[in-house]
Write a protein that binds this ligand. Structure first.
Ligand code: CTP
Length: 447
């Protein structure tokens, strides 16, 4: 799919990554135009973007566009456009990267004091904002409140990375995501918009339920491994395929997706963030850190319920005195149940249960109640033709509000779409009656 991509570049050291993003987008066959703020010109010159995109770069609303609002590959109109906003009007997606604290603040109050902010105000396409700045500026309450405002208005705000920042010697949160991740977010948002427009003509129901634009989705996938010694472990057969399919589908619907992957060998889709873990305890710690910043949890990982007590640090031998005849086990934490007890109003939690044989639906329903979930997806692992190691799955979605939805045998990526159709419409616990909320998950002091 060819996208007309408008890139807005703010002043910041990370502006060089916008250059690389533009290059990747052009290489992927997209048509790219660039708007720069005055300050960004101090970091990367127009000539670099112009050379990469093959199109003139604009930095002022009072400057005539030599390409008259056209994108590379499109016909240049015979007459200059009346409006300096032609570029954004023709765009399929508008990526603002790096988005500085100053520009984010302007966007939050609706200022239109330069071409970049004017274009944002006039945009009808998805707007993807990729903040990049010093950690203290990013974490400042003013910036955080501005980002919440942007998300509430439907802009897609990407989570910045953590680690070494572009400024020499600086470390922390505030790093611009890598160019490939920026491009993936743009393609996902533009794709979701097109799918929505196309399905709107076919089915209004899908349009109502389909989008996850601007929502933050946390997906766990794979299976945990609990060490017995330095080379052996107790694991399970989960490949992570279903979780990855859910992550890809959520991204394509415009969500900002974080994946926590337990021993997944398959290549993850390009999402905002990927964290890798091995044990149930590591998965629990990663989920605890990530969960508060997300709106929807899709807990597809197969988590060990028990782990060996005191794993040996070396490799056990079969003849040695320490050769185990029995492995003593201790219970792990139920991660999903723990997260459920921490949930804030508005957060939606979905569990996944692999059940063996008859009575599976009843057992899953009991888990939904015990873990205080909004929904649980249950499949029958007794069947050979679906589930573990298979490209296919068949399941039933049970919601807290009542009602079982049978999901037919489908490729896992198609099943993921059906699951998201349903869960994207689930009322969060906060919207249900107060007495159905889990203990400790009230709406907080003062309502
Ligand atoms: N789960 C979890 N932490 C655990 C075990 C399970 O978060 N220690 C989550 C799984 O990720 C899944 C849901 O709980 O989303 C249901 O998992 P399942 O293994 O079916 O449930 P259990 O509570 O472990 O019940 P049992 O193994 O007895 O069937």
């Amino acid at each position: 799919m060819r996208i007309r991509l408008l890139v807005g570049v703010c002043g910041g050291i990370a502006a060089y990554k916008a250059l690389e993003t533009a290059r990747l987008a052009v290489r992927a066959g997209h048509a790219v135009r660039v708007i720069q703020t005055r300050n960004s010109l101090r970091f990367v010159g127009k000539a670099s973007f112009a050379a990469i995109t093959g199109a003139p770069v604009l930095s002022s609303e009072f400057e005539a566009d030599p390409a008259r609002g056209a994108y590379p590959g499109d016909d240049v109109p015979a007459h200059a456009p009346i409006s300096h906003l032609a570029l954004v009007q023709h765009a399929d997606a508008y990526l603002i990267a790096p988005a500085s604290a100053d520009t984010i603040a302007k966007l939050a109050v609706g200022l239109a004091d330069n071409l970049l902010t004017s274009a944002a105000l006039a945009a009808t396409c998805p707007v993807i904002v990729a903040p990049a700045m010093n950690e203290a500026m990013y974490l400042n309450a003013a910036t955080q409140a501005n980002l919440v405002t942007l998300r509430q208005r439907g802009l897609i705000v990407l989570a910045p990375g953590e680690g070494e920042l572009a400024s020499h010697g600086e470390h922390g949160v505030g790093r611009l995501p890598e160019p490939a991740a920026l491009l993936a977010a743009v393609e996902a948002a533009a794709g979701a918009q097109r799918a929505q427009a196309a399905s709107g003509e076919r089915s209004s129901e899908r349009r109502a339920g389909g989008t996850l634009a601007g929502r933050r989705v946390l997906v766990t996938a794979g299976g945990t491994r609990e060490p017995i010694d330095s080379v052996r472990y107790i694991g399970n057969r989960s490949s992570g395929r279903m979780g990855l399919a859910l992550a890809a589908a959520a991204g394509a619907r415009g969500a900002v997706v974080t994946c926590v992957l337990a021993n997944v060998a398959l290549e993850p889709p390009p999402v905002a963030r990927v964290r890798r873990v091995q044990t149930a305890a590591e998965l629990a710690a990663a989920c605890r850190e990530e969960f508060p910043a997300h709106d929807l949890l899709l807990m597809a990982a197969a988590v060990a319920d028990f782990r060996p007590v005191g794993a040996a640090t070396g490799k056990l031998t079969k003849t040695g005195p320490e050769a185990p005849r029995r492995i003593e086990l201790e219970a792990t934490e139920d991660v999903l149940e723990a997260l459920s007890s921490l949930r804030a109003p508005g957060q939606v939690l979905v569990g996944f249960a692999a059940e063996h044989g008859a009575g599976g639906l009843e057992r899953a329903r009991a888990k939904l109640r015990r873990k205080q979930l909004d929904a649980i997806v249950v499949n029958d692992v007794a069947r050979e033709d679906i589930g573990f190691d298979s490209e296919y799955n068949e399941a039933t979605l049970i919601t807290r509000a009542g009602g079982d939805v049978p999901l037919p045998r489908l490729a896992k990526r198609e099943l993921a779409e059906l699951i998201l159709d349903r869960v994207s419409q689930l009322p969060a616990a906060a919207e249900l009656s107060a007495d159905s909320l889990p203990a400790g998950a009230g709406v907080g002091a003062g309502g």
